[in-house]
Design a protein around this ligand. Structure first.
Ligand SMILES: Cc1cc2nc3c(=O)[nH]c(=O)nc-3n(C[C@H](O)[C@H](O)[C@H](O)COP(=O)(O)O)c2cc1C
Length: 356
């Protein structure tokens, strides 16, 4: 039996395998509402054999979107439509999560296939907010958040989490990575505040910990809370793996079930040593030093590589992003490659028989 296709238990859930699909923005929502595209896109992953599928970054507010096409969960109606995804997933024995986020100073942009640049006023830009009035390179300078803004963000995250619980997602993931709002608070490069939300490590992690504590109170014990972090900014003097270890200890103490370990995205000055599994060492270190379950992501593309990573240490699951866009049923193929075939969806069973 392979590691990749073994069951794994984290918090309240047992996942049927350790192939997980990470959140991937589709920039295809209308007024924050899920569309047919999302149903087809997530449907393919859900029927494709993955143990967990995490729905893309879904914004807590209209201003918290990266683009006008981002999913939102700031209204009950948005949540009710999103609830179709967990409803479908239950019928296919697939766990499903949703990533809840706020884009901060990296909001108000075009979709990537339209260049990804910040919107102009004529194109419908909106004011972005951040811990400090420090721009992401090439972007407009955000407005420094007041205490009212910070309290409002806390409330918006809590309300969004509550709606995600109502929609019956198995996992709720707080997005604190990739240079978006909560990561902007963590990193001394983007957070230059002088009040209790900036300066020291304890102050920079404060907002995330408040949001996590409030989320944990809302999420019942039979559902999971994950946090995605950028383990390092890949910039001298920025957020780094040591701070991620210390943060993960605090997250564990507050009932977070798993840290989803990504990296980068805070500044164009980053120097990322891109290569197969380049973020795995950070995930291993966080798990080893804190004991909190972790997932690994980033340039994991083949079954053999995924299996090797799982055997190298105590990593709960690997996330397969871009490789699964090319083949949403990556798990079917990977299982076959490892000589450990998994049953396909009933409707596809004749294909399984033909290939195995
Ligand atoms: C189209 C696309 C959209 C993405 N959107 C998100 C997102 O919504 N939230 C997030 O945390 N990461 C997002 N990511 C990053 C992925 O979750 C993943 O961490 C990254 O692609 C590295 O994994 P990979 O090499 O397997 O693709 C996105 C990546 C892609 C390719």
């Amino acid at each position: 039996m392979s590691q990749l296709f073994s069951e794994v238990t984290v918090g309240p859930h047992t996942y049927k395998n350790r192939v997980w699909i990470p959140p991937m923005c589709q920039y295809s929502a209308v007024e924050g509402m899920m569309q047919d595209w999302h149903a087809v896109h997530y449907g393919a992953f859900i029927t494709g054999g993955a143990g967990l599928v995490i729905v893309e970054a879904t914004s807590v507010s209209p201003e918290g979107r990266i683009s006008a096409g981002d999913l939102g969960i700031w209204t009950d109606q948005q949540a009710q439509v999103l609830a179709e995804i967990p409803r479908f997933a239950k019928r296919h024995n697939t766990k499903v999560g949703i990533q809840i986020g706020h884009a901060g100073r990296k909001g108000s942009c075009h979709a990537p296939w339209k260049g990804g640049a910040p919107l102009t006023e004529a194109e419908g830009s909106w004011e972005t907010i951040a811990p400090s009035a420090v721009a992401f390179e090439g972007y407009p300078t955000p407005r420094e958040m007041t205490m009212d803004d910070i309290n409002k963000a806390r409330y918006q995250f809590a309300a969004a989490v509550e709606r995600a619980v109502m929609a019956e997602f198995d996992v709720i993931e707080i997005h604190a990575a990739h240079g978006y709002l909560l990561h902007e608070f963590l990193s001394p490069i983007s957070n230059q505040r002088t009040d209790e939300y900036g300066g020291s490590f304890e102050n920079r992690i404060r907002l995330l910990l408040e949001i996590v504590s409030e989320a944990r109170l809302t999420i019942p014990p039979h559902r999971s809370l994950f946090v995605r972090i950028s383990a390092t900014d890949w910039i001298e003097g920025g957020w780094d793996v040591e701070q991620s270890v210390a943060l993960s200890r605090e997250l564990k103490a507050r009932g977070v079930d798993l840290v989803d370990v990504s990296s980068g995205g805070l500044s164009m000055r980053q120097e990322i040593p891109l290569g197969p599994g380049y973020q795995v060492p950070a995930a291993l270190k966080i798990e080893e030093e804190t004991g909190i379950p972790v997932s690994a992501v980033g340039l994991i593309t083949t079954a053999a590589q995924a299996e090797e990573i799982l055997k190298s240490g105590d990593i709960t699951a690997v996330m397969i992003g871009r490789a699964s866009l090319g083949n949403p049923r990556w798990a079917y193929q990977a299982a076959q490659d490892l000589g450990d075939p998994i049953p396909w969806a009933d409707q596809y069973a004749r294909g399984f028989v033909a290939r195995n």
